[in-house]
Design a binder for this molecule. Structure first.
Ligand code: GLU
Length: 469
């Protein structure tokens, strides 16, 4: 049997990290078994579903690189199929028309509550044939009256629910639309889903869905209900915890590889390994190794992983994602060094790609102002001579490499009989605008000789202006 899994979000908001982790687990399981991954958009709740939310989910999946083999299927495009199967269940006597008004149903529920019972439909129309002419009706599924449903959940073990606890579920509303649980069942069947990986909030739906699958003569998939994610404060992760949207993590400067690695470990383990490439995840993943308890989100760990990936991934791959941040911050990277080269020397100086863009502007743009503190300390009259001497030595270089640049700086210190700091810091502030940068040989190497000359000249006239004012 070839494995088919699915991710079936409702398009009522962005793709949040909880959904992304469920999607990842589902995707990994399919990949680990050489199976297929289906994306299905559960948009039957027309009032709450939006086109933007659907797009946001697709964007999030794409950014994470969780590609789907089939879909995205939209439930709203499958209404005819649901209707057809509801008719079939009616004909086979496995579902029935219920003419109870909502008012009557409310009254019954109130009475049940008053007696301390769980509100449930009492099966009033289950066997009645005296159907009133022309009245609207809902269609209810004839849930088995006895026996039990057994779920062998990959994560939660065996769960048993007695059928006496389940009432007859509405599968078609009085306005003719199919209900959520019915659509899920039909889709899982039609799409050949063999393993349902989803949030634990759906456990309660599972016995009802299994009963409907069996009534339809459909195979019952295997289930894995994933625990929820808690925020740093131990409460269920929600909008209150700032960044819960996957795209917010992109905006904040995280690499999808870091977020995926973070999410896979949030509830799943393979020994004590922390770093997993995608292929390692696929190789080692199993549903049975997913933990049962809720996991708490730890932003520090995500940052640690992000730094790891920025430093260890090929710079050309990091550049694909970094490019977006440079553009976002209005930095035109067309003129200047390649992003790969900038990443190679900046990666270990930042936590995120957003910071990477922020501290790398000077590679691509000239500036008129220096960091005030740095200028005050390092662009003083005594710096003028070292700057002019180092400029001459740099301009005299025939080849522009970190080695030759380093030699020119050393030679300046020697010629002037001063320590490296007296040359290095003024030069750093002159060419980068601030007192922080990677080592000067590699930094200058990425700036052209001409740029270095212009910037030193600018710093020298800045010093001169200051002397005169
Ligand atoms: N559409 C449901 C949700 O977004 C998921 C249903 C399922 O996975 O079975 O919560």
């Amino acid at each position: 049997m070839s494995v088919v899994t699915r991710f079936a979000p409702s398009p009522t908001g962005y793709l949040h990290v909880g959904g992304a982790r469920t999607a990842l687990y589902s995707w990994l399981y399919a990949k680990s078994q050489g199976g297929e991954f289906v994306l299905r958009i559960e948009d039957t709740d027309i009032e709450r579903s939006t086109e933007e939310a659907k797009q946001a989910i697709l964007d999030g999946m794409q950014w994470l690189g969780l590609s789907w083999d089939k879909g995205p299927y939209l439930q709203t495009e499958r209404f005819d199929r649901y209707k057809e199967l509801i008719e079939r269940l009616l004909e086979e006597g496995k579902a029935y028309k219920c003419f109870m008004s909502s008012q009557e149903l409310d009254e019954i529920r109130e009475q049940q509550k008053a007696r301390g019972e769980k509100p449930r439909y009492p099966g009033t129309w289950r066997d009645r044939t005296d159907h009133p002419e022309g009245e609207s009706y809902a269609v209810r599924f004839k849930n088995p009256l006895d026996g039990k449903v057994v779920i062998n959940d990959h994560i939660r073990g065996t769960i048993e629910i007695s059928n006496s606890e389940l009432d007859d579920l509405v599968i078609q509303r009085s306005d003719g639309t199919p209900t959520y649980n019915f659509c899920v069942v039909v889709d899982d069947w039609d799409m050949g889903i063999t393993h349902v990986v989803r949030g634990e909030d759906h456990i309660n739906n599972t016995p009802r869905q299994i009963n409907i699958l069996q009534a339809l003569g459909a195979p019952v998939p295997e289930y894995a209900h994933v625990s929820m994610i808690l925020g740093d404060d131990g409460k269920k992760l929600s909008k209150r915890h700032n960044a819960v949207s996957v795209m917010q993590y992109r905006d904040d400067g995280f690499l999808p590889q870091a977020l995926l690695n973070y999410l896979v470990r949030l509830g799943w383990a393979h020994g004590d390994q922390e770093i997993f490439s995608l292929s390692e995840m696929i190789e080692h993943f199993s549903l049975d190794a997913i933990g049962q308890s809720a996991s708490a989100f730890n932003t520090e760990k995500l940052i640690w992983l992000n730094q790891h990936y920025m430093k260890t991934m090929p710079a050309s791959e990091v550049a694909v994602f970094a490019k977006w941040h440079f553009a976002e911050q209005g930095i035109d990277t067309a003129n200047g060094p390649t992003l790969e080269n900038v990443i190679a020397i900046q990666a270990d100086r930042v936590k995120t790609l957003k910071e990477m863009a922020q501290i790398s502007r000077y590679f691509f743009e000239d500036f008129d102002e220096f960091d005030e503190k740095a200028a005050k300390k390092h662009l003083r009259p005594v710096a003028k001579e070292p700057l002019l001497v180092v400029k001459d030595k740099l301009l005299a270089l025939e080849t522009w490499t970190p080695e030759t640049i380093g030699e020119a700086i050393n030679a300046t210190a020697e010629a002037l009989g001063v320590g490296m700091g007296k040359i290095g810091m003024p030069l750093r502030v002159a060419v980068t605008g601030s007192g922080n940068s990677p080592s000067l040989d590699v930094t200058l190497n990425l700036l052209s000789k001409q740029k270095v000359e212009q910037r030193i000249d600018k710093a020298v006239s800045f010093i001169a202006n200051r002397e005169n004012s």
